[in-house]
Write a protein that binds this ligand. Sequence first.
Ligand code: ZN
Length: 60
Amino acid sequence: MQLAERQDDYPIYYIMSDQPDCCGKCGSRVDLLEIKMIDGERVFVTECLGCHRETLIVEE
Ligand SMILES: [Zn+2]
């Protein structure tokens, strides 16, 4: 039996120091879409220019 594991259903947070400015999935460059305040933290919302995956990056 195989369980399908979907990781695209929820956003993944990266710590800024761990995340270079390229997509963790396909390695393409990412583009900063907006900066949101979530739970009092500044969250950088980026979108990959290659696979269009949205990634959230928080400051440490
Ligand atoms: Zn990508």
